[in-house]
Design a protein around this ligand. Sequence first.
Ligand SMILES: Nc1ncnc2c1ncn2[C@@H]1O[C@H](COP(=O)(O)OP(=O)(O)OP(=O)(O)O)[C@@H](O)[C@H]1O
Ligand SMILES: [Mg+2]
Length: 825
Amino acid sequence: MPLGSLRSDLRTCVRVSQLIAYCSPNPVVANAYGGLILLILILLSGFSIVRGSIPDYWIWAYYISPFAWALRCVVINEFTSPSWNSPIPGGEGQTVGERALGTFDFFTTRDWYWAGIGYMWALTFLLIGVSAVALTYLSGEPPVARVADPKQLAKARQKAEKARQEAEAGARQAAQANVAPPQANGANTSQVHVVVDVGKLPYTPITLVFQDIRYFVPNPSKGQKTDDGNPAPDKLELLKGVTGFAVPGSMTALMGGSGAGKTTLMDVIAGRKTVGEVRGNIWVNGHPKEQGSWARSSGYVEQMDIHTPATTVLEALMFSARLRLPRETPKAAVRAYVDSVIRMVELDDVMFSLVGLSGGNSGTGLNVDARKRLTLAVELVANPSVVFMDEPTSGLDARAASIVMKAIRAVANDGRTVMVVIHQPSIEIFEAFDMLLLLQRGGRTTYFGPLGSHSKPLVDYLMGQVPGVEPLPEGYNPATWMLEVTGAAKAVRIKAVEGVDWPQVYSGSSLAASNAARAEQLIEDSRKSYPQPLVVSGKYAARAPTQFAALLFKFQMVYWRTPSYNFVRLAMTIVVALVYGSIYWNQGEMPNPASVGRVQNVMGVLYSSSSFLGMLGMGAIQPLLGFERVVFYREQAASMYSPWAYGIVLAMVEIPYLIAQVIIFVGIMYPMIHFLGTADHFFYYLLMVFETLSFYLSFGSALVYITPSQQLAQVAGAGLNFMFSLFNGFVIPFPSIPEYYKWANRGSPTTWVLYGLVADQLGGNKTPFQYPGDNTISSVAAYLRDSFGYKYGFRFWCLLIVAGYIIGLRILGILALRYVSFLRR
Ligand SMILES: Nc1ncnc2c1ncn2[C@@H]1O[C@H](COP(=O)(O)OP(=O)(O)OP(=O)(O)O)[C@@H](O)[C@H]1O
Ligand SMILES: [Mg+2]
């Protein structure tokens, strides 16, 4: 039966949470309320503070708490059973069980047991009923869009305009100061010209050639049989020998039906693949591609728009520019360049808006197409020589798509090499491209060549190779026609010619031969113009201090602008401190003689308050970090900063909030509970609570980085914390833990939190202490030493051990960021 009551205990817990969720306007609030109500009900269950010590003004909660009823049922059931029935000698008829129950202020009659079961059932029905009513009559809060105050926006714009003018003036001055005496070779003067023209930065044009690219991935259905009965191959070949090139100033369209391998090819060329094996040659200005310099001189505009919601457009761009432009670039020039990119992609109107979350009406911040232009701009501010884009116009309306295309065209006209995966383009968009690489399903080339005016070369090729191809109707979209005649798309109007293997036709064509020759020629020519391979200094464009400064600026802004994380955390701290303080009012003062119950109360509050607050912080930070991890992966692929800078900054930005939290918490609770009044104990407590909270944050973030999903990180966090609490010596004191589990106690980080806090507050306490049912008198300190193994002198070691855990977990998190990627592409 005790098991049954435990089960209904859990059930009630779920029901209470459900009810809270139904009554709350949003999940953050539900979590906060829910945590608080559960905290009160659990705290007042009669375990961490015994019934007799609960102040009168809280005793009502003891009588309504389902946890108190359940606990009472379990202990009464146990201690009134026959094995505890022997009378105590000289105990006036009291049994051993009754004495044990009395020590912890439990009732001793079995009536309470049956009452408990009745109460749990009644409460369950009540909660279900109230939940139903809440679901019927209450609705969640309507989503509110975050709109910036127009006055504030105007002011910010003015300020930015002034900054821009200053930057411009500064750049001009710097340029004039740099003007060298005229020299015979023109290179120097053109260099000067580049700097004076604010908003332009020098870069090396890149000719890109790829030959016979093959790409293999492990077959997911390896070991199974295919339809024709043969065993499935170990590997899948997703690209089957693709050859092509892209020259500076040109735009190459990468097209094909769905699943043809477009994204795969672009990922392979851009070096963004994290799994699989690549064969074939990729040449950058005639030299084999070297990923370090390649990542720095190319930009990859991903299909997903991944941005930190709590930054503004300008901040996001400045961040990217500072970390990706060469370190020599003067600050003013960086700003001026960012401004020119903002104008180019027409983000001026929203440059001070928060990026916000995407997602239809419930989203806040930028709309879909501004978000896409931001994704593009974030890459452009790196001044890349080569730009890759995966479906930049998908999901945009015609106007937005044309703005994006205009920007892309401008990028190419600048002399950069541009390669774009494009899906269902309009005629205008399609014909804006110079070259087309058309892939067939299975990663084979159907066409690689110029598009020319009105796609004439493409049309001529397709019509010329195979007889019977339906001609392009007047005004029909050549992109659609091309896909339909080659059978890459389901025919709407045009029929494909039956039984033609277009890739095979291509490989035998003179076009393929001339492409291969042209590729060789380009390699040779570009190697002549650039005898040295592209080199970059260092792994990252920016120096370590710049990385730290940029990351620190970004994340302190993110923190400041995420009240759902920080404000809720601070508000909860006040409430939790008041709840603990009032429940454990004056418990810190030991009566003479001290009792087991009283020591238990103090241990309970010391440990559970700090660990509850820690768990609360951990639960709040995980979603934030989980979301940021996706951004981290993107920025890491672009070699923006080292994982160490990232990890250390994320630990640093917490500190001011933690200090505020700890001061509020300890400031309220310490005097209310009447813990030891001297400064050294106060500061010890302050420090240990600070460490406990940092421990939980480090623990939570390490879990986010070593698990593939946020849900898993949360479950693992709760599970591990449960194990920590089970073994930390509160439920079972260290000397009573079985030999073969002692390591679990020593290894649990919260062992040292509990040890330190209890040893500091009580470990030196000489108050006489009376063992229950025993006349021997010793001291509280001796009781702790004998029953728990706590030595007063060890308390500072506890601080060090917890600090060791914090540092270890932070390092673990950073190593996971560095070496473990859950991004599979
Ligand atoms: N790691 C992988 N393991 C197994 N198959 C893969 C893997 N990556 C891609 N594929 C398969 O390879 C093919 C090409 O994928 P890819 O994403 O490049 O297509 P795509 O041309 O970009 O298509 P879409 O138009 O859908 O974006 C698809 O059939 C895909 O299922
Ligand atoms: Mg794709």
